[in-house]
Design a protein around this ligand. Structure first.
Ligand code: AMP
Length: 396
């Protein structure tokens, strides 16, 4: 079955057409600046990349441009739309309503809409993408794959916050966690590579990208993760603060004369390694600045690594052991020095990295020494493939 995977943002739409039998990507690309002007990128597996300025006033127009490109007689990869057996959508927040991917029905759409409050920047865009596909591909089954679903297995002791209980029962204030599709894919793949029984393995996944989170996967289930009610919690990220004393928010607000909206904007968009370094949210720029002797950039990177270490250590304790630590996403896949610095702190558990094995970027590999008690791996994430697999299983 050919599956169209869609990841819709408020002004962007990423897509891949995946053949579920071979798991090959037939074509992929990106619609950007939707509602502004419109940029379109299309790359067929065996052809040249096409980049074009195409007006995209709304997501429906973007989906129609994608479908035209896929069926184009010169550059397309399918003869007609009938070849697309199902569409899989990334949906950011499923609240407590969705512990697994689901076939989209009218009731499911209502339930997703009810989660909008929890992810006001993301869920409405996901819904727009689903509606656009419903209009343009009537009758084609669609599946929602939630970033939060994998973490619904967390026990209450891990997901409850230390606030009045009625905030949980009345408003759903709790830890939900994100990047679930990535944590699920990477942990499964880690068990496969190591020949471990997934149902028994204890794995810590470090998803370190522009957004970053850590997950403890015990017996194939997420039992702890570092993002919270929103994706602002936990690690220091590209532009997000991660964990911060809530008291600091009031203090900064008073000093800077800011309201809550202003504070949230700073914590989401002007913090993380960007705010700390004053240089960039991108680790490549941070590394260049460190080479030039920028002490503030070095402090930002050191703090990022320190925070990762404290979470990994906490999660190993929560699972009462660990078989493997896996690194993924932009930084996790491409920064050997970050992997080395984190792993070094777990030497006391018998973690040992092989520097030559660790000297890779974006490749799947075991990077610990053969006699390392705990295995360490790089596993490039593949959220689109997970979405395609779930979509095929539900649409069949
Ligand atoms: P992601 O959100 O997973 O796409 O990760 C994007 C981030 O990965 C970028 O902002 C960079 O900080 C980081 N990154 C990508 N390539 C490299 C690299 N070669 N070395 C260090 N960091 C990188």
């Amino acid at each position: 079955m050919k599956i169209l995977v869609i990841n819709c943002g408020s002004s962007s739409l990423k897509y891949q057409l995946i053949d579920s039998e071979t798991e090959a990507v037939l074509a992929k690309g990106l619609c950007e600046r939707i509602g502004i002007d419109g940029k379109f990128t299309y790359k067929p597996a065996n052809g040249d990349k096409v980049v074009a300025d195409i007006d995209q006033p709304d997501h429906k127009k973007s989906v129609s441009i994608v479908l035209d490109a896929l069926t184009d007689k010169d550059n397309g990869v399918i003869a007609d739309l009938g070849e697309i057996g199902a569409v899989g959508h990334r949906v950011v927040h499923g609240g407590e309503k969705f512990a697994a991917s689901t076939l989209i029905t009218e009731d499911v759409m209502k339930a997703i809409e009810e989660c909008n409050d929890l992810a006001p920047l993301h869920n409405p865009a996901n819904i727009i993408g689903i509606n656009a596909c419903t209009e343009l591909m009537p009758g084609v089954p669609q599946v929602a794959v939630f970033d939060t679903a994998f973490h619904q297995s967390m026990p209450a002791e891990a997901f409850l916050y230390g606030v009045p209980y009625e905030y949980y029962t009345k408003y759903g204030v709790r830890k939900y966690g994100f990047h679930g599709t990535s944590h699920s894919y990477v942990s499964k793949r880690t068990a496969e590579i190591l020949g471990l029984d997934y149902d028994k393995a204890k794995i810590v996944v470090c998803h370190l990208g522009n957004g970053a989170s850590i997950c403890a996967v015990d017996g194939g289930k997420s039992v702890e993760t570092s993002m919270g009610l929103t994706p602002l919690m936990g690690l220091i990220m590209g532009t997000r603060s991660g964990e911060i004393d809530p008291g600091a928010m009031e203090y900064i607000a008073n000093k800077e004369g800011m309201d809550l909206k202003g504070i949230m904007n700073v914590l989401n968009k002007q913090s993380g390694v960007l705010g700390m370094s004053g240089v960039s949210s991108d680790f490549r720029d941070i590394d260049d600045a460190i080479k030039d002797g920028n002490a503030q950039a070095k402090a930002a990177k050191d703090a990022f690594i320190h925070r990762v270490v404290t979470y990994v250590g906490g999660y190993i304790a929560a699972m009462n052991g660990v078989d493997a630590i896996a690194f993924t996403a932009g930084v996790g896949e491409n920064a050997p020095d970050v992997r080395e610095a984190v792993s070094r702190q777990f030497g006391y558990l018998g973690v040992q990295i092989d520097d030559s094995l660790n000297n890779i970027r974006g490749e799947e590999r075991i990077i610990s020494t053969p006699d390392s008690k705990v295995k360490v791996l790089v596993v490039p994430t593949n959220e689109e493939l997970m979405i395609a697999r779930d979509t095929e299983a539900l649409a069949k």
